[in-house]
Ligand binder design. Structure first.
Ligand code: THU
Length: 130
């Protein structure tokens, strides 16, 4: 399955009545399976969830944990980078070298990696003295 098409399609399902900003995310795992997510906002604004978080939750619920590639798409002037929380969430399940494509709905794409999105990431080695 094409990650871009999967992210575009799930973006249509986003529940974004407050920001009006629909986001779609698709992840391919090392097994080759694809998981998708969209943002799901809530009238209690902080309860909303990001597209990346939804895709990660679907992946984990299916028993998978290793992201090989990610794609995020939104209708923005420039490819929208994942929020800080989503960078940390991606880093939980992806090596630093994992490619992440950020895209706009009109076709601009920016290729980055999980490591570049979250330099100096907090990891298990920071808890070595516990
Ligand atoms: N959003 C995402 O779903 N992913 C991102 O990477 C950036 C922001 C959502 C959250 C909220 O529903 C809307 O975009 C505006 O912030």
């Amino acid at each position: 399955m094409d990650l871009k098409q999967a992210a575009q399609a799930v973006r249509e399902n986003a529940h974004a009545p407050y920001s009006k900003f629909k986001v779609g995310a698709a992840l391919r795992t090392t097994s080759g399976a694809v998981f998708v997510g969209c943002n799901v906002e809530n009238v209690a604004y902080p309860e909303g969830t990001c597209a990346e978080a939804g895709a990660i939750a679907a992946m984990v619920a299916a028993g998978e944990r290793e992201i090989a590639e990610a794609f995020v798409i939104a209708d923005s002037p420039d490819p929208v980078p994942p929020c800080g929380g989503c960078r940390q969430k991606l880093a939980e399940f992806a090596a630093t070298s994992v490619p992440v494509t950020l895209a706009t709905t009109d076709g601009t794409e920016r290729l980055t990696t999980v490591g570049d999105l979250l330099p100096g990431a907090f990891g298990t080695d920071h808890m070595d003295r516990t």
